[in-house]
Design a protein. Structure first.
Lengths: 271, 300
């Protein structure tokens, strides 16, 4: 069975996607490409994420529940191929620690045992320095702190560093699917494909994928389905609840929108 | 305190930023972390496994001459465009090194001096992997040595002898700080003469490099007349020509900070375009692919 690990820096949308995935796909009655073969032994953490998602509130990353390694076994409904989605028992901070040369043995073990990566990227319009430099090249913001911290780096640069580390050190990982989170914020008329958006927002990241990875897929993902702080015109909590029950709330996007949020994982099964 | 600073410069311990007077007593002290993909140092570049022999472009100039600003701008223009001057940036092994140089621009002078003290230990060699529109690869290695070190070269042969990246350069970018043109005493003139003479006397100038003169901060030479500026440029050219051959089309008037959204500085674009459009790899000195390692080993 192919093993896929979910990877991403903090606040990249992994937990929200997992919460939505569990809420929608756990009983396999959606008609989507992949179904859950069976429940994991302990779903306490998944149920907590699901509850937040169902309640139309931000998934609580910092809940005090003990995280455990979770493996979701998924089956392709047409060709009967199988893939396991591995959700490690650590938060995105472990991945950002890699960027500071602090690579834990747990992370190494997970990556060494995986065939593919579901890589989440936080939706980012523009990087920290780009705006400052282009609007006011002479801007000098502060004296303290003067050391470069991880949060001072552009989000895209951090993602390239993490991807580069995985790509260069784990030959066992043959396929990647990239998920840009909070896709509901993207103007889809201006960016008809996920690729066109990426090319515009981070040409370096796009060029890295194109020239350094053998196989990858790219999706926009709106796991929440909307921005909770600003409901779309005409939508209310009641209408969103209806969408939730009809499995028409969370969606993914590559060249078109789909409510089948298993598609990013399904692409890891196809050649 | 002096002992602490010496320990930092010698690499004995990391820099610890002193607490500000207004900071709470228990405020954490920031430590400069080493990230993945920092700039190469001359020690660890010998372990780099380059599949394509890089072209070495060395930036020569004193502190505050804008070398790192130029490097940051070069990187920024490439990273924010699918292609620039016909080339696409597809990878770099020194992304954190570039990010440090971009970050430097956001600090005022006091902040910069702290960062620069630690940056001297963080490495000065940064690489860019590019492809052109026909998918032909290019590999560039930029040497952005600390300006403070070059300032020490004004007075010490021993420091000059350590500047292998100058001697091995395929292209040499000599920076001049045009803001100093405003000063009647012409500090730029004596510094340039002394720097090049020391390097030449010690046979540390590159033998076959293409030389570029980067008249940086050109927009800041605002207090003198255009005629005076031109006469100063001729003086700069004369000084350099005593030691190195330069062509007229290799003198660039640049504002390295000129990254305005609608209007990138023309001099900056022209210089980068010139660097990218032709490959300069001298194979006469070192035949092996690992020529940088050999250059460093031979000099040790």
């Amino acid at each position: 069975m192919d093993k896929c690990i979910i990877v991403g820096l903090p606040e990249s949308g992994k937990s929200t996607y997992i919460g939505a995935f569990w809420a929608i796909e756990k009983d396999g009655d959606t008609g989507h490409k992949l179904v859950c073969s069976k429940y994991p032994e302990d779903t306490t953490y998944l149920d907590s994420l699901k509850k937040d998602w169902n309640s139309q509130r931000m998934v609580n990353r910092s809940n005090q529940l003990e995280m455990k390694n979770i493996v979701l076994e998924l089956t392709d409904t047409i060709e009967n191929k199988q893939i396991s989605l591995c959700i490690p028992d650590f938060k995105g901070e472990r991945f950002s620690n890699i960027l500071q040369n602090n690579i834990s043995s747990e992370v190494e073990d997970w990556l060494s045992e995986s065939d593919s990566v579901l890589f989440f990227i936080k939706y980012t319009e523009i990087d920290i320095l780009q705006e400052e430099m282009e609007e006011n090249p002479d801007a000098q913001t502060s004296t303290t702190p003067t050391v470069l911290r991880l949060k001072d780096m552009s989000e895209w640069s951090k993602n390239i560093m993490l991807l580069k580390y995985i790509n260069e050190n784990y030959d066992n990982i043959r396929k990647y699917t990239f998920c840009i989170s909070a896709w509901d914020k993207v103007d889809q008329e201006q960016y008809p494909t996920a690729e066109s958006w990426l090319k515009s927002k981070s040409p370096l990241f796009f060029n890295y994928l194109k020239h350094n990875l053998k196989k990858y897929s790219l999706y926009g993902v709106s796991a929440q389905g909307l921005d909770y702080a600003e409901y779309p015109q005409g939508e209310t909590r009641e209408t969103i609840q209806q969408r939730t029950e009809q499995f028409k709330r969370a969606y993914v996007y590559d060249t078109e929108q789909s409510y089948d949020i298993t598609k990013p994982l399904y692409s890891l099964l196809t050649d | 305190m002096a002992g602490d600073i010496n320990d930092v410069l010698l690499g004995e311990k990391p820099l610890q930023i002193p607490q500000m007077e207004s900071a709470p007593k228990n405020a954490p002290i920031e430590v400069d972390t080493a990230f993945l993909y920092e700039a190469y140092t001359e020690d660890n570049i010998v372990d780099a496994n380059f599949d394509i022999n890089p072209e070495l472009i060395t930036l020569l100039g004193l502190d505050e001459y804008g070398k790192s600003t130029f490097v940051g701008s070069f990187y920024h223009l490439l990273r924010t465009r699918e292609s620039f001057c016909g080339f696409s940036l597809i990878d770099t092994d020194t992304i954190a090194g570039f990010e440090r140089r971009l970050y430097l621009r956001t600090l005022n002078d006091e902040g910069k001096s702290d960062v620069k003290r630690t940056r001297r230990k963080k490495g000065s060699l940064l690489n860019l992997r590019l492809i052109d529109s026909d998918n032909n690869p290019r590999h560039i290695l930029l040497s952005d040595g600390a300006g403070e070190t070059y300032r020490e070269c004004l007075s010490k042969d021993s420091i000059v002898m350590e500047q292998i990246a100058v001697k091995a350069a395929n292209r040499l970018l000599i920076f001049v700080n045009c803001e100093e043109f405003n000063e009647v005493t012409k500090p730029w003139k004596e510094d340039l003469k002394a720097l090049l003479k020391r390097f030449d006397d010690n046979s540390m100038l590159p033998e076959n490099a293409t030389v570029y003169v980067v008249l940086n901060k050109f927009d800041k030479a605002s207090e003198i007349s255009p005629e005076t500026i031109e006469s100063y440029i001729n003086e700069v050219k004369s000084i350099i020509e005593k030691h190195l051959a330069i062509e007229d089309n290799c003198i660039f008037r640049v504002n390295s900070k000129g990254l305005f959204a609608d209007n990138i500085d023309e001099g900056l674009t022209n210089l980068i375009s010139e660097i990218l459009k032709t490959v300069q790899v001298n194979r006469s000195l070192y035949k092996d692919l690992d020529w940088i390692s050999n250059a460093i080993k031979d000099n040790k």
